[in-house]
Ligand binder design. Structure first.
Ligand SMILES: C[S@@+](CC[C@H](N)C(=O)[O-])C[C@H]1O[C@@H](n2cnc3c(N)ncnc32)[C@H](O)[C@@H]1O
Length: 267
């Protein structure tokens, strides 16, 4: 775990700062490692996670927090024990600088954990968190990493702890239409790990299906695969559906680009 004051000083020395949005009215700030964008509008899911974060003595963990939009909101509302993780340490340096610039007297309330999830989770103690948020990060994991990630979610949450997820789907607008057609033709209900390994939503290299995309792998979720991963770890699923709220328009496919899930670790 790294201290906010140390990473903020490193950001200062290296003159790191929050990248500009693509356009002046955009709610998306591009990441430094080409892993999509950080959303700067509070959706209902972020609000629910922040509510848990600001309860007395609450401890929360955010995976893939980028530059810390949710962390800073939570801090502004009184979160007292917030761990922000990201695979890109420079994202966390920029987050740390924002904390020192905005809430210098509360920097001890934020802990920074650079490294890739789920590997980095081994540094964290079991049953430590009241809530975990993983928004728009799980699509970067492989099948095996996803199995491990959900197992770590279960291990890290306290009994009764809440998991808030949002994931991209096969409807994601940057994917070629041919992928959605082939996905729909091949997808079947998932009953066991073998079905999961054969799930047609995993793309080993985006570049292989569209030369304009990065060489990253991509996991396109659907409701069934998300429920499978949650139930396998005995989570009670409170909610799992496409983001029909259209809170982040413009959507091209009625909000099905994103899937939202809220689940509870049973006592
Ligand atoms: C699309 S951004 C999402 C940022 C923010 N959670 C949001 O919803 O606005 C994905 C972030 O996850 C981080 N990331 C990607 N893979 C990761 C991994 N395996 N472990 C931790 N962070 C990861 C990226 O560095 C990036 O900051």
């Amino acid at each position: 775990m790294k201290c906010v004051s140390i990473l903020a000083a490193e950001a200062e020395t290296r003159e790191l700062s929050l990248p500009a949005s693509a356009t002046s009215c955009s709610i998306r700030i591009p990441t430094l490692n080409n892993k999509g964008s950080m959303i700067t509008r509070e959706c209902e899911q972020f609000t629910e996670f922040i509510k848990v974060a600001t309860l007395p003595n609450s401890r929360v963990l955010e995976i893939g927090s980028a530059f810390g939009f949710v962390a800073l909101k939570a801090l502004s509302k009184g979160a007292s024990d917030y761990t922000a993780n990201d695979a890109c340490e420079d994202h966390l340096r920029i987050l740390a600088k924002s904390v020192m610039d905005t809430y210098p007297d509360r920097h001890d309330n934020v802990h920074l954990l650079p490294g890739r999830f789920p590997e980095v989770a081994t540094l964290l103690a079991s049953e430590s968190y009241d809530a975990i948020l993983a928004a728009n990060i799980l699509q970067f994991l492989t099948n095996d990493e996803l199995v491990e990630a959900f197992s770590q979610f279960r291990r890290l949450l306290k009994p009764g702890g809440k998991l808030f997820l949002s994931m991209l789907t096969a409807f994601a607008d940057f994917l070629p239409k041919e992928f959605l057609i082939s996905f729909n033709a091949n997808v079947v209900p998932i009953k066991n790990l073998e079905d999961f390994q054969n799930y047609p939503g995993f793309i080993p290299s985006l570049k292989a299906i569209d030369s304009a995309l990065t060489d990253d792998s991509f996991f396109a979720f659907n409701i069934d695969v998300t429920k499978f991963l949650l139930k396998r770890e005995h989570f009670a699923v409170d909610y799992c559906d496409y983001d029909w709220t259209k809170s982040m328009r413009p959507w091209k496919t009625d909000g099905r680009e994103t899937l939202i899930a809220v689940a509870k670790k049973e006592q």
